[in-house]
Design a protein around this ligand. Structure first.
Ligand code: ZN
Ligand code: ZN
Ligand code: ZN
Length: 149
């Protein structure tokens, strides 16, 4: 955890930003709930438990800033809610997601499965890829097993 905080601190410094205590509180909540794909309101409610002085507007601004400098990615899973997701360490592109249409669970695929597709797009469409979003919709392992019982 402290290790990741330090790395994020360095990353911000490279973009000429400081990890102020308010920003750090936001980053900590994202780290502690990494698997949960929190919305700005979720982040705010969790921060409030420990640092009630931090307002929603500050949380919004911090999340936007973290997105701008590629520490965080924004993603929506079709429910109209914007969620904030930490970029994996050392990853150039955003990780993929598996969304279960039955129970709503969200899992992550950390490896980038797309290099071959990316090469094809870059040559065939003469398009330089910077990033991508890939979300698979289907039935998760647990729901599949429940079904079979
Ligand atoms: Zn994710
Ligand atoms: Zn990729
Ligand atoms: Zn499921």
């Amino acid at each position: 955890m402290e290790d990741r905080i330090q790395k994020i601190k360095d990353q911000m410094k490279k973009s000429s930003y400081k990890l102020t205590s308010q920003r750090e509180a936001t980053v900590r909540v994202l780290l502690e709930n990494e698997a949960d794909h929190l919305s700005a309101e979720d982040v705010y409610l969790k921060i409030k438990e420990k640092s009630p002085e931090i307002g929603l507007a500050t949380v919004y601004r911090t999340l936007e800033l973290l997105t701008e400098i590629n520490i965080v990615d924004k993603i929506s899973f079709g429910d109209g809610v914007q969620r904030f997701d930490l970029r994996k360490e050392g990853a150039n592109h955003f990780h993929h997601h598996l969304v279960c249409i039955k129970c709503g669970s969200v899992d992550e695929i950390e490896e980038d499965l797309l290099p071959e597709v990316e090469r094809k797009v870059e040559t065939k469409y003469d398009f330089q890829i910077h990033d991508h979003r890939l979300t698979f919709h289907g039935i998760c392992k647990k729901c599949k097993e429940d079904d079979q019982q």
